[in-house]
Design a protein around this ligand. Structure first.
Ligand SMILES: Nc1ncnc2c1ncn2[C@@H]1O[C@H](COP(=O)(O)OP(=O)(O)OP(=O)(O)O)[C@@H](O)[C@H]1O
Length: 626
């Protein structure tokens, strides 16, 4: 059977190319600069194998020339140039990439990687230009050629005069319309910004004449505006340099230049991987928290470069949520880009890179915790909450990764400790990791529920953030030790003498407690002799999974479902107040009701809960005063 060739309607194809590939017009400049850089790279490669050629880096550059009078923008390079045939094949055929062919013919080495691969970038010029003129003189050729096109109608090629080897592309900008202003591509500041954004790390200098203000020679107090040729791009991607060549301040300067933050980063992580997916990454742990960090507006992500050209300025897939505070970039030659270079064809490489980076970030944080404690604490104060969310999120999928990065304030050490440090310091007879929740360290310090645990000499972790207890519930255990709230029913503290006493006391006071429970209606599930109180008369504890702190947090949420903890009113039978309860039970039931309500409300206040009826409470207090 005869095989037929697909026909392409090249006019339509070009129109589609011009109008539908790129989401932003400004990338035309990125594409033309990348082509210019490729053209210089090709000279470099030729020089590697051709002894008659010397590649003197200083003589190679790209120049951007805006001309407001003519409304043209010229991109010129000192690269390899194109012959008439090359102009014909490379610019006359959509999807023909001379650069890809070159790359295949010449093994790429030492990171000089050619950018072009699809054979479409050049046509991005038609997004902003009506007429595109390419004057080019190829290496080894005496004749220069001019390629010219007005877009879909085709192109012409003819001989022209050009002295030097290389290419200049002259864009005759489109007329401005109501919606579009093409003049912006003639403005120095705009061109500079686009170059900085996408092409900052193109290896060769990108030059432009820039208006600068200088003191007059004859009178230094007066300024005069002069045009001065400047190099716009920074050229050297610091992440491609050898780590040994770089000092801490080089990394810091880069952090500030890139506007990752105004602070001084606490740590940098420089990664070069030469495996299945080759990539370089430069990551930073910031010191200060961005103002919108814990808001919906904050967007996580790293800059993603492919061969030094910016592809995405916030690639979220490169960072897990729990490390969303990390700033920096990844550069890889091995990404399978889509034709617009705005997206990736497949995320396999991204997943691979992001998994590796997460490991690097974790070990960098661990080493900071070990070797630079002060820095780590600064970091943790800013971003610890995010790590705790990470423990809780995704049903605890990342809890193992994150548990050793957590810090909590310790009742004993009076500073932040890690779970590892807590467990190492546990006396042998201590069964659980104890914690207490409250609004602040000062308030937890005063919580009556902590008395027994503190008396035993055990350390208590203070949970002052909403997420703390939820994260710990997700963790369940650390090094096989369970977490226990100091308010929980069973503290697991052996105290035989006390325990037997409370059993008999319980019998003795059963009737009194039942009466008190009745007075409180459904507000408590039980009234009990407290095993944990020492100096305070009452406290609340909770039976079951939901603690009082969790009740508070859940009820403060927008989708409050009225979750309640099973509250238990604990009474300190050694406190003088208890005698008043006993006598009122025998002599005056009204008084017992008054005392019970006051004690319950006090317990609520100590817990940081609000009393149900403040007026009733105030009246009750007055009653005992008169
Ligand atoms: N300034 C230039 N100097 C020399 N050759 C050039 C220049 N610009 C373009 N070319 C040639 O034209 C070809 C087509 O360019 P085009 O930008 O359309 O595609 P590409 O750069 O190969 O691929 P991509 O679409 O990935 O950018 C290039 O591969 C290159 O061979």
């Amino acid at each position: 059977m005869e095989k037929k060739q697909f026909q392409a309607e090249s006019k339509r194809l070009l129109e589609m190319m011009i109008n539908s590939i790129y989401s932003q017009r400004e990338v035309f400049l990125r594409e033309l600069i990348s082509n210019a850089s490729d053209a210089i790279d090709k000279l470099y490669y030729k020089a590697l194998t051709d002894a008659t050629l010397t590649f003197n880096k200083e003589s190679y550059y790209i120049k951007i020339i805006p001309n407001k009078e003519e409304r043209t923008l010229t991109i010129m390079d000192t690269g390899i140039g194109m012959t008439a045939e090359e102009l014909e094949t490379n610019l006359g055929t959509i999807a023909k990439s001379g650069s890809l062919a070159f790359k295949k013919e010449n093994e790429t080495k030492d990171g000089h990687d050619i950018i072009g691969q699809f054979g479409v970038g050049f046509y991005a010029a038609f997004m902003v230009a009506d007429v595109v003129t390419v004057n080019s003189k190829a290496l080894g050729s005496n004749q220069a050629y001019k390629w010219q096109s007005e877009g879909a109608d085709g192109y012409s090629i003819e001989g022209t005069d050009k002295e030097t080897i290389g290419t200049e592309i002259i864009l005759k900008l489109k007329e401005n319309s109501e919606d579009e202003n093409y003049d912006e591509f003639l403005e120095e500041y705009r061109l500079k910004a686009i170059i900085k954004k996408y092409s900052d790390f193109i290896r060769y200098p990108i030059k432009m004449d820039v208006t600068t203000s200088k003191p007059k020679e004859e009178n230094e107090n007066e300024n005069v505006e002069v045009l001065e040729e400047q190099i716009i791009n920074s050229m050297v991607p610091i992440w491609r340099k050898n780590k040994n060549e770089l000092k801490a301040e080089d990394y810091e300067n880069f952090y500030n230049e890139k506007h990752y933050g105004f602070d001084k980063p606490l740590k940098h992580i420089h990664v070069s991987v030469d495996g299945t997916v080759r990539y370089n990454a430069l990551l930073y742990i910031p010191e200060n928290i961005p103002f919108d960090y814990y808001s919906k507006e904050y967007e996580k992500g790293l800059e993603l470069y492919s061969s030094g050209v910016l592809i995405m300025d916030k690639c979220g897939d490169l960072l897990p949520d729990h490390f969303s505070f990390v700033k920096g970039l990844v550069d890889s030659e091995d990404l399978s880009l889509n034709i617009s270079r705005e997206m990736l064809q497949q995320d396999r490489q991204l997943k691979f890179i992001s998994k590796n980076l997460a490991k690097k970030i974790k070990s960098a944080l661990q080493s900071m915790l070990k070797d630079a404690r002060e820095n780590y604490e600064t970091f943790f104060k800013a971003f610890g909450r995010q790590l705790k969310y990470g423990v809780y999120a995704d049903f605890g999928a990342n809890k193992e990764t994150l548990q050793d990065l957590l810090l909590f304030y310790s009742s004993k050490e009076k500073k932040l400790v890690s779970l590892e440090e807590y467990v190492t310091n546990m006396p042998e007879d201590q069964k659980y990791i104890y914690y207490a929740t409250g609004d602040s360290i000062e308030r937890i310090d005063k919580l009556p529920q902590t008395e027994l645990v503190t008396d035993k000499g055990y350390e208590i972790l203070y949970f002052t953030e909403d997420i703390d207890e939820f994260a710990i519930k997700m963790l369940m255990t650390y090094k096989e030790k369970e977490f226990r709230s100091v308010s929980s029913g069973d503290l697991g503290i052996d105290n035989e003498k006390e325990d037997s006493k409370t059993e008999s006391e319980l019998e003795e006071y059963k009737e009194l407690f039942d009466a008190m429970k009745e007075i409180l209606g459904g507000k408590v599930t039980d009234v009990r002799v407290s095993k944990r109180l020492r100096s305070h008369p009452v406290c609340l504890s909770a039976d079951g999974e939901i603690t009082i702190e969790m009740e508070k947090i859940l009820n403060a949420m927008p989708d409050n479902q009225g979750v309640k903890a099973n509250k238990v009113l604990e009474i300190n039978t050694k406190h003088d107040v208890f005698n008043s309860l006993k006598s009122s039970y025998k002599e005056d039931r009204e008084k017992l009701a008054l005392f019970t309500n006051i004690l319950f409300n006090q317990a609520l206040l100590i817990e940081g809960l609000s009393v149900e009826d403040p007026v009733d409470f105030a009246n009750d207090i007055c009653k005992v005063m008169v």
